[in-house]
Design a protein around this ligand. Structure first.
Ligand SMILES: *[C@@H]1O[C@H](CO)[C@@H](O)[C@H](O)[C@H]1NC(C)=O
Ligand SMILES: *[C@@H]1O[C@H](CO)[C@@H](O)[C@H](O)[C@H]1NC(C)=O
Ligand SMILES: *[C@@H]1O[C@H](CO)[C@@H](O)[C@H](O)[C@H]1NC(C)=O
Ligand SMILES: *[C@@H]1O[C@H](CO)[C@@H](O)[C@H](O)[C@H]1NC(C)=O
Length: 432
């Protein structure tokens, strides 16, 4: 439509000078501009709130249960993630003592980004960073056409570091969803013994220390680390829960909301709800009963194993209908006026339950080229509400020595030297 209108637009300009067809030309001009900005497309969008469905269009809950139990679902998956692993490091997560891993980092990288991988291995991706916290790090790679030299280098790198997960798909921007699902498939198949999984791009700063602190109390992070939590802050947090409007069991919001509803400045254990068998509450109560509790301890707790956490920086936004956008989406591809709530793709954390449910849900989700939207849709299909935290910075947070104290992640560290410098400085400060 744009190129179709351009000659008219030019002709109009000429006419405007010669004859006085000013009004007609103005009209054509306005139509041209409105169309370019996608205004007409917006008019034909379908309301997300009223009628969101996305293929596969039926209820998939039973299929997920069947797949998780290795049974055959009534309707076969529409999207079976059929790619072949070149490197699958099957034994990566096998622990001699059958220990549960705490976090597995899955880093989306590109074949040629060797220097970034080295910087990550030597900083936040170092598996033995904490002697008492079992962590694993792997890199997710696709392939290049006809670049055997590069692929040989990867084979060598895989041999040396034993952290490359690679499959035979072409590594391009619009194949990002394949890369993400390769990571899911690998984790479900070969690394299902971790409590949490964190997906990260290779140009990101991570503070693993803050990741671990966040996971001890996602709802109150980072407030619970501060010396005092004033009642006013608790009120503010209660409002946050109300806005989330969630009532899905296994959701960390709901689980911790129970705790906060019973919070009292005196922190007397009798104010912790008795009529619930929620594991969260019991653990908090135990903390409360110990002598000389600090507020910090009160809020430092362990999420139950069945929690479904899908956390990061959450967006509630609309599709781009602006025709020159990199993220332009036609009505045919996606007809709704809003995206489902989704987590921006650079960084997100999943608990094991969320990983499993979303992996199988993704098999009933029509392929979508933006991986963050694809996961947002899959999460919605299994009623997982993305969990927002401001400390996942999807842009580059301005760096000073002192303002990265609570940062979980920051985008914009494509320069390996800069990543190393910042990480070393923050580690020395006790923040990484
Ligand atoms: C998956 O891929 C393999 C190898 O490319 C092929 O043999 C198999 O038929 C495929 N399966 C499905 C269900 O498409
Ligand atoms: C994605 O990968 C597949 C498999 O390698 C390839 O055939 C396809 O061209 C790739 N798509 C894009 C958009 O690059
Ligand atoms: C939330 O769930 C509980 C338990 O299923 C139910 O009793 C309650 O009415 C629900 N609240 C809302 C607001 O839907
Ligand atoms: C907190 O507990 C005390 C009793 O220890 C009670 O008098 C007070 O009303 C409670 N405050 C709130 C906000 O519930």
């Amino acid at each position: 439509m744009t190129s179709f209108l351009t000659p008219y637009f030019k002709m109009c300009l000429k006419l405007m000078v010669r004859i006085r067809l000013k009004h007609a030309c103005t009209t054509v001009g306005i139509i041209f501009i409105l169309d370019f900005f996608g205004v007409f497309t917006h008019l034909f969008e379908v309301s997300f709130d009223d009628s969101f469905i996305y293929p596969y269009e039926g209820d998939i809950h039973e299929f997920i249960v069947a797949l998780r139990q290795n049974q055959k679902p009534n309707v076969p998956p529409i999207n079976d993630h059929n790619f072949t692993f070149i490197h699958d490091i099957k034994d990566k997560c096998i622990e001699p003592s059958f220990q549960t891993l705490r976090v597995v980092f899955l880093i989306k990288s590109a074949v040629e980004n060797y220097n970034r991988r080295m910087a990550i291995r030597n900083s936040w991706g170092f598996e033995k960073r904490f002697s008492d916290v079992p962590l694993k790090t792997v890199f997710l790679l696709g392939t290049h056409i006809n670049d055997n030299e590069l692929l040989n280098k990867i084979n060598f790198e895989s041999l040396v570091y034993h952290d490359i997960v690679q499959a035979d798909f072409l590594d391009t921007y619009y194949n990002n969803t394949i890369k993400t699902m390769m990571g899911f498939k690998w984790a479900v198949k070969y690394c299902a013994n971790s409590k949490f999984y964190m997906f990260v791009d290779d140009d990101i700063y991570i503070s693993v220390k803050n990741v671990l602190r966040f996971l001890r109390n996602p709802v109150l992070y980072p407030d619970y680390l501060k010396d005092t939590i004033k009642l006013k802050d608790v009120e503010h947090l209660r409002n946050r829960f109300k806005r989330s409007g969630s009532n899905v069991t296994k959701n960390p919001f709901v689980q911790q909301n129970l705790l906060l509803n019973n919070y009292n400045e005196t922190m007397n254990p009798k104010y912790v709800s008795e009529n619930t068998n929620d594991k969260t509450i019991i653990m908090v109560k135990r903390n409360l009963e110990s002598k000389n509790v600090k507020k910090r301890q009160v809020f430092d707790f362990e999420l139950p194993d069945d929690v479904r956490l899908f956390a990061g920086f959450v967006f509630n936004s609309s599709p781009h209908r602006y025709k020159s956008s990199k993220w332009y989406v036609s009505l045919k591809e996606y007809p709704y006026n809003m995206w489902p709530p989704y987590i921006t793709a650079g960084v997100y954390i999943l608990s094991k339950e969320a990983l499993m449910d979303m992996y199988y849900a993704s098999m009933y989700t029509k392929y979508f080229r933006f991986d963050d939207i694809f996961l947002g849709i899959a999460a919605r299909k299994v009623d997982i509400e993305p969990f927002h935290c401001d400390e996942f910075h999807f842009y580059k947070k301005d760096y000073t020595k002192y303002n990265y104290k609570y940062v979980i992640s920051s985008h914009g560290y494509s320069n390996p030297d800069e990543l190393l410098a910042v990480w070393n400085e923050q580690k020395a400060m006790g923040n990484a």
